[in-house]
Design a binder for this molecule. Structure first.
Ligand SMILES: [Zn+2]
Ligand SMILES: [Zn+2]
Length: 81
């Protein structure tokens, strides 16, 4: 564990707090997600209900841009720094 004080969104690189971010179900990285519809903030991914498991799935833009399921952990093509 390194800095637990400073968490950053791995999509946009801005700082996040637990209140406005979550962990991606697919890559395990933290990203911006508005957990309440009435709050301000940005979304760097999305959330939906997995109908098979009736659980919430979170996916960052990175994983949405690739394939949410079944993709090997290859670096996304066409995303530069
Ligand atoms: Zn972000
Ligand atoms: Zn992800």
């Amino acid at each position: 564990m390194t800095d637990t004080d400073t968490m950053t969104c791995h999509i946009c690189g801005d700082s996040v707090s637990e209140a406005d971010s979550t962990l991606c179900t697919h890559c395990g990285e933290r990203f911006h997600l508005r957990l309440r519809n009435d709050s301000d903030g940005k979304d760097c991914g999305s959330v939906w209900v997995n109908e098979e498991f009736l659980s919430l799935e979170f996916a960052c833009l990175n994983c949405l841009g690739v394939r949410p399921e079944g993709a090997p952990s290859e670096p996304p093509i066409g995303l530069g720094h």
